[in-house]
Design a binder for this molecule. Structure first.
Ligand code: AMP
Length: 402
């Protein structure tokens, strides 16, 4: 079956067409700056051995409908396309950020499902509206092909109450659904399954900590294959220090800042989401820039790196205790896969957890799954490139088979 994966953001749309017979990518690309004066449309066909297999256009993309048109036109284009007719696509898998606790698994989209995703919009005002738009555009431009919603929150739905409830009046959960949900679930699930396969074990028989370090950062404690805790919360703001997000913070800081700096709720929200994290400490949010300045002796960049790594170490310790015993730790995403300095800062002196880093194996950017701990290390530590599109496509196939 061929599966088209759509990841619709507020001003962007990423897509990938996969052949699930062998899980190969047939075509991929993205449309950016939707609604702006000049947008960018990229289409790439695989195998991309000739330069002509890539199409790049800078042009106005007024809305998501135009973006979806580009996707449909390109994948069945006479010259660059990979299929002849959209009916060759067996299903469309959509990334949906927030499924609240309504969705415990990926689902076939119907009117009722769309209605619930809309109902969740207050919990994810920046993300869920574009997911709905993506589904509607697919229904309109690729009719008669089933749509499946794959939620970032679903993998974490196995958390027990003691992990997902906040210690605030319970009515906030019962009436407003205020609780920890967790995100990046597709990535955590993918790398957890991969590590089990690579170690020749069943995930249900393993305890794993997954560490997703990208623009957003989160960790998950996976016990016998089920997520039992994760660092992000009701929103993706909680937990680890991120590029521009604060991660965990004493909630009293917010009331204090509101009062003493006379900041509105919106201003505080912007500060915590866009002006904090690495950026808040050293003015930069891309790890590559931070390393460059730190190497030249910049004290605030060095401090940002120390803080970033320290927070991950604290969660590693906490989750090792949550799990009781630990089989593997997995690093993934932009920083997790590429940044040997951060990995070594996180993993140094962790004898207490049974983790012994092999500095040679850890060196450099890692493009394919690899163990970075020593042979003697009790807990195997891995770098595994994430593949959210493939995971969404796998979930999509699984929903249709049921
Ligand atoms: P992602 O959200 O997974 O695409 O990750 C994006 C982040 O990965 C960027 O903001 C960078 O900070 C980081 N990143 C990408 N490449 C590298 C690299 N070679 N070294 C360190 N960090 C990197």
């Amino acid at each position: 079956m061929k599966v088209l994966v759509i990841n619709a953001g507020s001003s962007s749309m990423k897509y990938q067409l996969l052949n699930m017979e062998d899980e190969s990518v047939m075509a991929t690309g993205l449309v950016e700056r939707i609604g702006e004066a000049t947008g960018k449309m990229i289409y790439k066909k695989f195998p991309d051995t000739d330069a002509e297999a890539k199409v790049e256009r800078d042009d106005h993309v007024p809305d998501h409908r135009a973006a979806m048109h580009f996707v449909v036109d390109m994948i069945k284009d006479a010259e660059y396309g990979v299929i002849k007719d959209m009916n060759e696509v067996g299903a469309i898998g959509h990334r949906v950020v927030h499924g609240s606790d309504y969705f415990k698994s990926s689902v076939l989209v119907d009117e009722a499902v769309k209605e619930v995703i809309r109902k969740i919009i207050p919990l994810a005002p920046l993300h869920n509206p574009s997911a709905i738009t993506g589904v509607e555009m697919a229904e309109e431009l690729i009719p008669n092909v089933p749509n499946v919603a794959v939620f970032d929150t679903v993998f974490h739905q196995t958390m027990p109450e003691r992990a997902f409830l906040y210690a605030v009046p319970r009515s906030l959960y019962e009436e407003q659904k205020v609780r920890r949900y967790g995100f990046h679930g597709t990535s955590h699930k993918y790398v957890a399954q991969q590590v089990a396969t690579l170690m020749g074990k069943k995930l249900e028989e393993m305890n794993v900590i997954t560490v997703h370090l990208g623009n957003g950062c989160s960790m998950a404690a996976v016990k016998n294959g089920k997520c039992v805790d994760t660092s992000m919360g009701m929103t993706p703001l909680a937990g680890l220090m991120m590029g521009t997000r604060s991660g965990d913070i004493d909630p009293a800081v917010l009331t204090y800042v509101g009062e003493h700096k006379n900041m509105s709720v919106e201003e505080i929200d912007t500060m915590l989401n866009k002006e904090s994290g690495l950026k808040g400490i050293c003015g930069l949010n891309d790890m590559r820039d931070i390393h460059e300045k730190a190497a030249r002796g910049d004290a605030s960049c060095k401090l940002a790196l120390e803080m970033f790594s320290y927070r991950i170490r604290k969660y590693l310790g906490a989750y090792a205790v949550v799990l009781g015993s630990l089989d593997a730790v997995v690093f993934t995403a932009g920083i997790g896969e590429n940044d040997d300095i951060v990995r070594s800062m996180v993993l140094r002196d962790l004898d207490c957890l049974g983790i012994e880093l092999d500095l040679d194996k850890n060196k450099g950017r890692i493009k394919a799954s690899k163990v970075i701990s020593t042979d003697a290390s009790r807990v195997k530590t891995w770098v595994i490139p994430t593949n959210e599109e493939l995971q969404i496509a796998r979930e999509t196939v699984a929903v249709l088979k049921h």
